[in-house]
Design a protein around this ligand. Structure first.
Ligand code: ADP
Ligand code: MG
Length: 253
């Protein structure tokens, strides 16, 4: 479904990716792991059109994504969440989700959905869909609250709801469990697996929580210093000396 081929990118003198290649199959859950600074978020930033690689190719369902601007890539069916949770803090939870639907709404309907003057049947449908999505993620009671007032765990869930509102086929999750406690992480794992199973989503996630990664991934790709050093099933990755070395090498403990 997604094919990332031989990507390289440099920032000034720093090479963040060196010939990174990975393929993602439909309905697969792929984890991208590796130490801080390995280049994981950079891969997401290239796939979503925020960064241009120095070389390489990215195709999604056969379409060349590198030829498209970010909004067109989103319209192809790719949505993401960010490592640093980015909700519109002063807007309500419901409005945050409505903004996520913008790829499907006309400008007039979006204005209407946000309470700006317009008349549209699309508006009511958008609100219903947004409420249904909030209910699916256990956020229905928070719909009218300011997003910034939610605890981090719920903000991360809201970011997920906003990404899903665009009705993507491919979801890129950048550290979805970052800052969550074990109970919240467990609940998030169940949500992610349910999304794949019930909606046929394809999911790529960057995550440090190894229990989550080992628990839900079909496959794991390991990045270190911009290079892919391993790619395989969770069991294979957990036992790979090159992975253990990348994580533990150079540290006293
Ligand atoms: N916009 C940017 N400008 C300069 N350096 C960047 C930029 N984005 C990422 N980098 C650098 O690229 C490397 C990889 O970053 P990143 O992909 O965020 O790592 P990870 O997500 O694996 O922790 C890091 O050294 C980071 O500082
Ligand atoms: Mg990152």
């Amino acid at each position: 479904m997604l094919s990332v081929d031989d990507l390289s990118i440099t920032f000034g003198g720093l090479t963040a990716l060196r010939g990174f290649t990975v393929d993602v199959a439909e309905r697969e859950i792929l984890a991208l792991i590796g130490p801080n600074g390995a280049g994981k978020s950079t891969v997401f930033n290239i796939v979503t059109g925020l960064y241009r690689p120095s070389s390489g190719r990215v195709t999604f369902r056969g379409r060349d994504l590198l030829a498209l601007p970010p909004h067109a890539i989103a319209r192809c069916g790719i949505a993401r969440t960010f490592q640093n949770t980015e909700v519109f803090r002063r807007l309500t939870v419901l409005d945050n989700v409505l903004i996520g639907r913008h790829t499907h709404l006309s400008a007039g309907a979006l204005r209407g959905a946000l309470g700006l003057p317009t008349v549209a049947r699309e508006e009511a449908a958008a609100r219903d869909a947004a409420r249904a999505l909030l209910a699916r993620l256990g956020l229905e009671d928070a719909a009218g609250l300011e997003a910034g007032s939610l605890p981090l765990g719920l903000q991360k869930r809201l970011e997920l709801a906003r990404a899903l509102a665009a009705e993507p086929r491919l979801l890129l999750l950048d550290e979805p469990a970052g800052g969550l406690n074990p109970t919240e992480t467990q609940a998030l794992m169940e949500v992610i697996v349910r999304l794949r199973d019930a909606h046929g989503l394809t999911i790529v996630l960057v995550e440090h929580d190894m229990e989550l990664v080992m628990g839900i991934s079909d496959r794991i790709a390991v990045l270190n210093d911009g290079r892919k050093i391993a790619d395989g099933k969770p069991r294979e990755i957990a036992a790979a000396p090159v992975v253990i070395e990348a994580y533990l090498g150079g540290e006293d403990d």
